[in-house]
Structure formats: structure tokens, C-alpha cells
Design a protein around this ligand. Structure first.
Ligand SMILES: [Fe+2]
Length: 274
């Protein structure tokens, strides 16, 4: 295990242009302020709310992201497929073996071998392999490849699945943070060196429905007739980011920030579980 310290940051579902604009406006300053060495962000809603285009991928990497994770919308824009070969993009590791791309990779961060793992839950999600057995195998492989620290983005609807993942890997991983619901939970904690948050919440429009115009979701709930979800042109925006300080593979401090586009900022520290 390396004794070097690293600071990594994680951003959850970036929803459309408002989300991308928040990253462009704040991420480089946040990297500097907190001495962030490595940024992981979830791309699955980054282009018009569904999937990722190559143009938007470049935009996000240029804004200061190092690697991006995915979810059930990873493949919504088909132009993403060749990008798995040319960019630092992951997709849930428990998709079938024939799926393009991978969901686990090792990165060298200041001499520390950081494994990044992207897993998708089962409840209301596309058919994928067992998230728990797949995660177990992937973590064992990353360790065998020499990982000093491992971070997991668990993309899932059910908080119970995410929490069970934490119980399975506490003391083993540096961080397990949930994505997908777009709504942040209030359970940021450190268990035996493993930072855990059921859902980090989205980055994008905060005044609609999960970052999308409220009209179609409301219509669907009232009448049963759905439609295409749109990202609003104008909205009140939020950026949500977790910053993890990692020492010898264990998270020693976790900070969650909410940055509002009107200049307000809220900061929460992860509690250390005894
Ligand atoms: Fe999702």
C-alpha cells in the first residue's frame, strides 16, 4: 500500500447543459481550493438529459474531469460507443460481457494506484449481472492488479442496494457513493475508512423534476400519458460534489458541497462512524 495521500472528488449525474455549465463555472476553482488530484463524474445524463455526445465529453474533460462513470443511460447516444476506446469513460461493469467498454480501471494518481469501479443496481434497472457478485470479483481483480485505493459509483434506484454494497465493502474500499436518483441523501459517513453516501444528487436544474422540465412528468402522473423529458433552457442550478481525502487507501475526511448558481454554498462533513 502506498503511504501517499490523495484527494479525489466525485460529481453525480450531470443533467444537460445547465449541469455542464455549472462544472465549467466552478470545477477548476474547486480543484484548486481543495487540492483535488483526481475528479470522477457521472456522464449518463450529460447530453440533453440522456447519454453523452463526443462534443459534450470533451467539454467535461476540459472542465477538469479525469474519468467519467455511467449508468442505465450510458448508451442512449450511440456516438458514445467508439469513445470507450479513446476516452476515460466507464460504464456499469455488470452489463453483459459483450457490452462495449469496461466498468473498472486503474489510474495512477500521484503514485497511488486508484481503482475506479462503476456498478449498477437491479431494482427498476436494465437487466445486468448480479451487482454484488460482479463487484466482489472486480474489487478482487483491482486488488490483484495492485490497487492502493478503490472508489465505486453505485448507480441504483434503491437505497437498500446501495447500503448493502457499503456493508459488503466497508473497510475495503475508499469510497462508495450512489448516483441515479438525482436527489441527494443526508447520510454522508465514513465506516472503517470507507466514505459512503447513498446518493450524491444531481448537478443541473434544481427547480424542476430531477433536472427536467416538470410539464411532462406531471402530465404522466396525472394522465398516464408520458412524453419526452426535456432539460429546461432556463432554471435555478446546483452543483453537488463530494471531496474525499484518502490516506493509505482509507478515507480520513469527506466533504460534501452544494454550490448554487446564485452564489450560495453549503458544506457538510461526513461523520466518522465509531
Ligand atoms: Fe440513471
Amino acid at each position: 500500500m502506498s503511504s501517499k495521500k490523495i484527494t479525489l472528488a466525485f460529481i453525480g449525474d450531470i443533467v444537460g447543459k445547465p449541469g455542464r455549465n455549472m462544472l465549467k463555472a466552478h470545477l477548476k476553482d474547486l480543484r484548486e481550493e481543495f487540492g483535488v488530484d483526481f475528479v470522477i463524474a457521472n456522464y449518463e445524463n450529460a447530453s440533453h438529459g440522456f447519454g453523452l455526445t463526443s462534443k459534450n465529453a470533451l467539454e467535461l474533460f476540459n472542465a477538469g474531469v479525469d474519468v467519467m462513470t455511467g449508468g442505465n443511460h450510458s448508451f442512449d447516444k450511440k456516438e458514445v460507443l467508439p469513445l470507450f476506446e479513446s476516452m476515460e469513460l466507464l460504464r456499469p461493469h455488470n452489463y453483459p460481457e459483450a457490452t462495449p467498454g469496461t466498468g473498472k480501471k486503474l489510474y495512477d494518481v500521484k503514485g497511488v494506484k486508484l481503482g475506479v469501479l462503476n456498478i449498477m443496481g437491479h431494482y427498476t434497472m436494465p437487466m445486468v449481472d448480479n451487482p454484488f457478485t460482479c463487484a466482489r470479483q472486480a474489487v478482487d481483480e483491482l486488488k490483484a492488479e495492485g490497487a492502493d485505493a478503490i472508489f465505486m459509483d453505485i448507480h441504483a434506484e434503491a437505497s437498500s442496494e446501495k447500503r448493502a454494497m457499503m456493508m459488503m465493502f466497508q473497510g475495503e474500499l475508499s469510497g462508495i457513493i450512489g448516483t441515479h436518483t438525482h436527489v441527494a441523501t443526508d447520510d454522508f459517513q465514513i465506516n472503517q475508512g470507507t466514505a459512503y453516501l447513498s446518493d450524491i444528487g444531481m448537478t443541473g436544474c434544481r427547480d424542476n423534476v430531477i433536472g427536467m422540465e416538470a410539464k411532462i412528468p406531471l402530465q404522466r402522473f396525472l394522465t398516464g400519458v408520458g412524453g419526452h423529458f426535456n432539460v429546461p433552457d432556463k432554471c435555478k442550478k446546483i452543483l453537488q460534489i463530494a471531496i474525499l481525502e484518502i490516506e493509505e487507501g482509507a478515507c480520513v475526511k469527506g466533504t460534501k458541497l452544494k454550490i448554487f448558481d446564485d452564489g450560495r454554498r453549503m458544506e457538510t462533513e461526513a461523520w466518522q462512524e465509531s
